[in-house]
Design a protein around this ligand. Structure first.
Ligand code: NAD
Ligand code: SER
Length: 330
């Protein structure tokens, strides 16, 4: 009599069909490309309000989608036989302070639409990012732990903290496998950042190479938690691939790689761009940055599902400069 194959055999045979919402954004472009490498181009549907990013053109399916239109989102999920959703559409901290109502609506209702549809359609897994912005001025400034006082002062931070508890609620009440990371500021060269307080750490590279100088909107000694995009993408994929029983935190995991100030990244950039000059003109984003911790303790993520970062400030700077110079040379 033939033995029944192990369960893992059948699990491997389940072909996931993934919807990325907000695929044209800073994270969405790189995450979509990474998911396509793993699951196959046709299995990953990129979607956004915007046109597809040029880097995604010709790499797989794209649908124009507004996450606020629940009916259309539901139709797409059914029509495309979606089994996993990555929700990246959001308004970030700096843009959020300019239009708090819009930020709250999109960041909350977009998430609730996805969670509801995921529950109804028995979606296997949902990914939704939170942020270090959940923390506020009363949280510990250094090595801010997973569980601590959390009193955010930006609308973005409030929406992320509320969102974390909606994820937790849908997991415990409905069994939805929803997972989340509190990303630090993300630095990348493939796609533009979308209106955050940490965007200066991307702008500095472009301005240094194009103009030889950069005027920073934060003070020179403003330390913030940061991460290079390849680490952030790998963290996301590792979290989503971890066995469900390793994911003990169903709000959102602290995640960390490096912390630096504008004057420190300026010194690193100057190693590659002789004569680089940095000046400072702090604006409203200084208040946002001052409300966040300077560094994050991510030991729970490291213990639960084995998170390890690869890039520090020097390695990230080397790679950014190498790639941006290479792109300019083409
Ligand atoms: P982004 O602004 O670059 O991209 C967001 C994308 O969502 C954009 O392409 C935008 O067109 C799209 N979008 C906006 N409204 C939409 C709607 N109604 N329907 C469909 N698409 C819509 O943002 P990002 O930096 O890629 O961030 C993605 C997620 O990661 C967000 O939840 C953000 O809060 C979180 N995050 C980002 C960082 C960072 O440093 N980039 C740090 C922490 C958390
Ligand atoms: N990079 C993001 C921002 O500055 C942090 O969530 O808004």
């Amino acid at each position: 009599m033939a033995l029944a194959p192990p369960l893992a055999y059948f699990c491997d045979m389940v072909k996931e069909k993934i919807l990325v919402i907000g695929a044209s954004g800073q994270i969405g472009v790189e995450l979509t490309m990474a998911l396509r490498r793993i699951h196959g181009n046709a299995q990953v549907i990129a979607s956004d309000l915007r046109e597809p990013n040029p880097l995604l053109l010709g790499t797989g399916p794209y649908v124009s989608l507004d996450v606020m239109n629940k009916e259309m989102l539901h139709v797409q999920v059914i029509r495309q036989n979606i089994t996993q959703i990555y929700l990246l559409a959001a308004i970030l901290s700096a843009t959020g302070e300019k239009n708090p109502g819009l930020a709250w609506n999109l960041n909350m209702q977009g998430l609730l639409n996805v969670l509801d549809i995921a529950r109804e359609e028995k979606i296997h897994k949902v990914y939704w990012p939170s942020s270090i912005a959940v923390f506020g001025p009363t949280s510990p400034r250094r090595d801010c732990p997973q569980q601590t006082v959390i009193e955010p002062t930006t609308v973005y931070g409030i929406s992320k903290y509320a969102g974390e508890f909606w994820c937790n609620y849908y997991h415990h009440r409905y069994g939805l496998d929803v997972r989340s990371l509190r990303y630090p500021g993300l630095i990348s060269y493939k796609s533009e950042p979308g209106g955050g307080t940490t965007d200066y750490a991307v702008e500095i590279f472009h301005e240094a190479l194009d103009e030889g100088r950069y005027e920073c909107f934060l003070k020179p000694d403003t330390y913030l938690p940061m991460m290079y995009m390849p680490d952030a993408i790998r963290a996301t994929l590792e979290l989503m691939e971890a066995p469900a029983d390793r994911i003990r935190v169903r709000t959102s995991y602290n995640l960390s790689a490096m912390s630096f100030s504008p004057s420190e990244i300026a010194s690193e950039v100057a190693r590659h761009v002789p004569g680089f000059e940095m000046s400072y003109r702090p604006d409203y984003r200084q208040t946002i940055a001052d409300s966040w911790p300077q560094s994050i303790d991510d030991s729970v993520a490291r213990a639960d599902w084995g998170w390890r970062h690869h890039y520090d400030l020097a390695a990230m700077t080397d790679d950014m400069i190498l790639n941006l110079k290479g792109r300019d040379a083409v």
